[in-house]
Structures are given as structure tokens and as C-alpha cells.
Write a protein that binds this ligand. Structure first.
Ligand SMILES: [Zn+2]
Length: 344
């Protein structure tokens, strides 16, 4: 090799090296892009934030019940553009169904439907059973299954939406408030971490670390709540809507009654009269309403009884001080075990 050729080679190598260096430097200074994750409800967003490791997007971002949330145009865009959509399924928010169906045409888009994940624990309801005990209303509307896609808010028909079917092809109805089970939260977080690692393999290790931390935290929370509910056994309580079965099953507690079915806009009058009689007869120490309801019904029910009206928040959106999935469960446990805070 001539001197000249050697010089040229060294120059090439050093300039190439310098170029590479600049290249990697640039990667380090530009913000990292992670897949865009959009969640349907606050508890799922809290799980997503912890697994992604940064704030993610949320659709039902209000105190309103997610069952009756109206999609904004920006929500539809967000759902369409997201790399990953995380939702419970049609039984929880039937209003998302069409938009999610549309995004499935894009093969780069992933949808994680929590209710259909392998390993998810569902509380299923037998046909014609379960929701007839409270709220009624469903039978009045003649089970209009054909009007999917509209009118759900008016009739509370989301109870009849299901993402699951049995071998005979019949829908399996399930309680959609499945995020209130710690095992389900872990199943959802695990599925999300796996999907993030698949589409963003450069950061796979980070997602795995975040998942391990999430699981460890949830395991600690479960133990804390068990200890708390054993020490402060909840007094008999009534709930506003039937959202707590997973939480109650996991922690071995049970409500005395439900004011209205989760999908119904209004409770049945006869049912309300029954509850009022039970409350004035001393059937419960606490009547739990929800943050989004300033319901005159609650006032009426509590009149003439010694029941304490307090708040339970199944979605956790009202908790402004604490964030994170675990705080949703901790706040429920606190509310249930500490009501009434003093003997009346
Ligand atoms: Zn609900």
C-alpha cells in the first residue's frame, strides 16, 4: 500500500467513524419514540403508563361513567392512529366497537381486548340471570340485539354486548369491570409488555423491567389490602352500581345490595322502594355512591335511615393525589373499610 493509499484509507475510516459517532449521538439527543398506546379507561391507562414508562393516552377522560361516555372526534382519531389500543371489550364500552373494528384493517395496529386475553379471569353471568335482580329495565326493551351500534345509552343494552362466545356460538355475558382483580391487572400488563417488546424490540428489556416492577408492586398491594380488610372488617354496605364483584371476590367481602345495574341509566322504582325499606330497617351502615353521580336518588334513599353516604370510585379517575393502578384498589379498600368512620 502506498503512503497515499494508506492516508486515504485512514481518512476514510476516521471520517466514517466520525459519521457513525455523530449518528449515534443524534439518536441519544433526539427524544426516544415509543409506540403510541391508547387506553379506553383510566385503570388501563394507569397500567399502560407503568409498563411503557411514560404517560400514555386515555379515551374516557372524565368523571362520567365510561359505559355512557360519548366519543369525541379526537378520540376516534386517537384510536385510529394508535399503535396499540388497550380496552376491556364491547361489554364495557360498546361505543368503541366500530372504531376498533376499523383500525383492525391496518395490520400494523394491535388491539388488546382484555376480556379475551388468555388467562383472564371472568365473572360470567348466566343468560337471563344476575342483572334481573337489580335495575330491571332490560326486559322492558325486548332485548333488541339487532340495534347494535346505536341506542345503547338510551336503553342500557351494553349488558347484551359480548366479545366472547361459547362453542355453540352463543354470547357469554360477563361482568366487564374485570380490572378490579389484581390477577387480571397482571395478565393485562403482561400482554401489553409482550406486545410492546414485539413491535419495539429495541426497548424490550425496559418493558420487561417495568412489568416485573409492576407485578411486585401489585403483589405488595394485594397483601396490604388483605391485612387492612382483616383488621377493619367492612360494615354492611350498599353500592350504587354493580362494579365491584371482582374486588369483592378477591378480598372476600360482599355488598348487601345494588341500586342499579351498571348498564342502566335509571333504576327501577319498585327496586328503589325495596332498597329504601331495607335501609330504613337498618340493613346497611353505608351507602356508596360514585363520583360522577350527584344523584337525588341517593338522598331519597338515605332519608329516614342512619346510613352513611360515602363515595366509591371503581374507575379511580377522581383520585387526583395518587396515580397508578394500585392506588385505585387501595382507595376502594380504604373507603369500604373506613365507612362509617365513626359510629352513628
Ligand atoms: Zn360499570
Amino acid at each position: 500500500m502506498t503512503n497515499h493509499a494508506l492516508k486515504t484509507l485512514l481518512l476514510f475510516l476516521s471520517s466514517h467513524a466520525a459519521f457513525s459517532y455523530a449518528d449515534s449521538n443524534q439518536t441519544a439527543t433526539t427524544p426516544e419514540t415509543t409506540p403510541k398506546v391508547v387506553s379506553s379507561i383510566y385503570p388501563l391507562q394507569q397500567i399502560a403508563n407503568e409498563i411503557v414508562g411514560e404517560p400514555t393516552d386515555l379515551i374516557a377522560d372524565s368523571y362520567l361513567s365510561p359505559h355512557h361516555y360519548s366519543l369525541k372526534p379526537s378520540d376516534i382519531n386517537g384510536l385510529q392512529d394508535a399503535d396499540i389500543v388497550l380496552w376491556i371489550g364491547s361489554a364495557m364500552m360498546p361505543q368503541l366497537k366500530n372504531t376498533i373494528k376499523n383500525r383492525e384493517k391496518n395490520e400494523n395496529h394491535t388491539t388488546i381486548t382484555a376480556s379475551t386475553l388468555p388467562g383472564i379471569q371472568l365473572i360470567t353471568e348466566e343468560k337471563g340471570h344476575g342483572h334481573d335482580d337489580h335495575g330491571h329495565g332490560h326486559d322492558d326493551h325486548g332485548h333488541g340485539h339487532d340495534d347494535h351500534g346505536h341506542g345503547h345509552d338510551d336503553h342500557g343494552h351494553d349488558h347484551h354486548e359480548s366479545d366472547l362466545h361459547n362453542k355453540a356460538g352463543e354470547p357469554i355475558f360477563y361482568d366487564p369491570h374485570l380490572w378490579l382483580s389484581t390477577e387480571n391487572a397482571i395478565t393485562i400488563a403482561t400482554a401489553l409488555a409482550a406486545e410492546l417488546g414485539r413491535i419495539d424490540s429495541a426497548h424490550q428489556a425496559r418493558y420487561e423491567v417495568n412489568l416485573a416492577q409492576f407485578i411486585a408492586k401489585i403483589n405488595r398491594t394485594r397483601e396490604t389490602i388483605r391485612t387492612q380488610l382483616a383488621a377493619e372488617v367492612p360494615k354492611p354496605y350498599f353500592i350504587f352500581h354493580n362494579a365491584y364483584a371482582y374486588f369483592e371476590q378477591e378480598f372476600g367481602i360482599k355488598n348487601q345490595g345494588v341500586i342499579r345495574n351498571h348498564s342502566a341509566q335509571q333504576a327501577n322504582t319498585q327496586h328503589l322502594n325495596e332498597i329504601k325499606n331495607q335501609l330504613s330497617g337498618g340493613a346497611a351502615a353505608c351507602l356508596f355512591t360514585e363520583p360522577q353521580f350527584e344523584s337525588p336518588i341517593i338522598k331519597k334513599l338515605a332519608e329516614g335511615s342512619s346510613v352513611t353516604v360515602s363515595i366509591l370510585d371503581p374507575v379511580g379517575y377522581s383520585s387526583t393525589e395518587q396515580t397508578g393502578y394500585a392506588a385505585i384498589l387501595e382507595n376502594l379498600a380504604k373507603a369500604v373499610s373506613q365507612c362509617p368512620s365513626r359510629e352513628l
